[in-house]
Design a protein around this ligand. Structure first.
Ligand code: MG
Ligand code: MG
Length: 261
């Protein structure tokens, strides 16, 4: 599949989609406290997205041989890496770290971003995991300039995260974003010759590319498994993990972060 390069007009619409996602995140951040359920956070995000004339992008997202995704957000707590399904029974506790990921479709274009928060008091080690993950996203965005390639961006993220003593998730990657939530190119947070040999494609960055960078960083080993709900991905050894994501557009200068307020 060819890369779908967006026109400036399309990028302007994507910026609006991203702004709506940012507003949903702001509302969830304000509500996040011990005692709230992830189901309540989901409702808050859905309300904001619909109030701005957009549609939740994750809701009913299909997955082969599994039920479609049933909610507006992913709420992944502690050793849940990504795709935690929100529920009114899942109550956030003091000391949890919570990754919230959401996306919307606005005028046929998508925005997608994620943040990880510490709820109440957490140890300096957990604060550091969150800070390093956020910094790895910043590094990935800063590296998203021509004439760099996807491989350059991936290696910058990987080297930084590993230099801090953490692992990057390998089975899950960032992705092109546009009229579909997942389009070309794949945006991994790591690179290897083996992956290349198995068909992973490098691409030079080009003006008009729009993609989500989303490093998923794990304090321990990077082995993952999926829970019986067929969505929630957890670390096998119970290690804590964090996840930050922005959707960006490549220009001939600095990238535009589309999912800022
Ligand atoms: Mg996301
Ligand atoms: Mg994404």
């Amino acid at each position: 599949m060819a890369l779908y390069l967006k026109t400036p007009d399309e990028i302007a619409i994507m910026r609006e989609a991203g702004r709506i996602v940012a507003r949903a995140h702001a509302a969830m951040k304000e509500a996040l406290r011990p005692g709230i359920s992830t189901g309540e956070l989901d409702k808050i995000a859905e309300t904001v997205i619909r109030d701005y004339g957009a549609v939740p992008a994750f809701l009913n997202y299909p997955k082969p041989n599994a039920p479609s995704y049933p909610a507006t957000i992913n709420a992944s707590i502690n050793n849940e890496l990504v795709h935690g399904i929100p529920s009114n029974d899942r109550i956030i506790q003091e000391g949890d770290i919570v990754s919230l990921d959401t996306g919307c479709i606005y005028q046929e274009f998508i925005g997608d971003s994620a943040y990880t928060y510490a709820v109440g008091e957490v140890s300096p080690a957990i604060q550091r995991l969150i800070k390093v993950t956020e910094e790895s996203l910043r590094i990935g965005i800063e590296a998203s300039v021509m004439p760099n390639s996807i491989k350059d961006v991936a290696l910058m993220i990987q080297r930084y995260v590993e230099s801090q003593g953490y692992s990057v998730a390998r089975e899950y990657t960032g992705h092109g974003v546009g009229r579909s939530m997942h389009e070309e190119p794949e945006m991994p947070n790591w690179w290897s010759r083996i992956a290349e040999r198995r068909g992973r494609k490098n691409h030079p960055l080009q003006v008009g590319m729009t993609y989500a960078i989303e490093p998923m960083v794990i304090a321990g080993r990077a082995d993952l498994m999926e829970l019986d709900d067929q969505w929630t991905v957890v670390t096998k050894d119970g290690s804590l993990c964090a996840h930050f994501e922005h959707t960006i557009a490549i220009t001939d200068g600095k990238p535009i972060i589309l999912t800022l307020p």
